[in-house]
Design a protein around this ligand. Sequence first.
Ligand code: DGT
Ligand code: MG
Length: 363
Amino acid sequence: TVCSTPAAVDNVSQYACQRRTTTENHNKMFTDALEVLAESSEFNENEGRCLAFRRAASVLKSLPSAVRSLGATQGLPCLGEHTEAVIEEILQFGRCFKVEEIQCDERYQALKLFTSVFGVGPKTAEKWYRRGLRSFKEILNEPAIQLNKMQRAGFLYYRDISKTVSKAEAQALRCIIEETVHWIMPDAILALTGGFRRGKEYGHDVDFLVTTPELGREEGLLLHGILLYCEHQGTTFDATKLPSCNFEAMDHFEKCFLIVRLYEDQVEGGLQRNPGDSRAWRAIRVDLVVPPVDRYATALLGWTGSRQFVRDLRRFARKERRMLFDNHALYDKTKKMFLSTTTEEDIFVHLGLEYVEPWQRNA
Ligand code: DGT
Ligand code: MG
């Protein structure tokens, strides 16, 4: 399908939460390029530019067809001069030279490689780069580098966890975790969140929310038996606090960042494996988040994502409704009160937004 008439893209909202974005991206050629530019801006600590490229990519992802001419982008929100130039270049040459330049850049390559390790963020990656380190081998052979527990596990299982996770593997993990959680607490509630809840076929990890029907019984809910590694964070949740405006800040719920062993015969159709690897298992990254049941809906919405969708939901709440929204709560600044949210639908209703299904939140 070709989208060349401006009328076809009329009335696209600047907010991702007012668009419906499925996993079907008709403009991958453009959005992949913009993602490289966003990432490079992030590495250069230019948050504004990074966000601008991510917003532009998100708008293109929501379009019902491929952009075939610059005219087709007329009237679309969030597409700045820079993005227009990228689109034009790709339309004309099939590639963007700035993007290729970045991809060949030594610093970009090193930071991308280092941040692909579990437990390594842009700050650590930059520190290693400044020390002159360029490869995993150099990092692991540098005596002055002290890896923390998370990073050691990240390197140990790198081959496995840098590989995508399939839907079948996510489903298998769901069964295992459900069984374990129910063994500990028979009436516990488990939900698959993240990209898999949005209908993605592949992911980089598997995200779950666990809670109990009775408030307070979720405290200290722990898992046993299947864990290879557990980075546990106790709850720092404070029910009196107003929702945070900082999207990048982690929420305060109890959570575990895990690496789980998944066996071949636990997965329908088998494991995603590296070539030449005949092991009967692979390691997979799993996030388990334990909100109290009265925060289940806000936590579910926040952890279902996508990041861009949730980021814009929070911006929409603040800018258009004078409300504060994060993974813990929804607060009305005009009425000076917290709004009750039992389901995701309640949150959309409070915000005066049409409900957007999880599979339409791939912004
Ligand atoms: P994936 O795993 O790469 O296939 O894609 P997702 O969408 O599952 O992304 P993931 O696993 O990084 O995170 C799942 C959702 O959880 C994401 O859409 C937003 C939320 N989330 C994760 N980390 C943070 C965080 O540090 N801050 C906030 N506010 N939200 C986060
Ligand atoms: Mg995920």
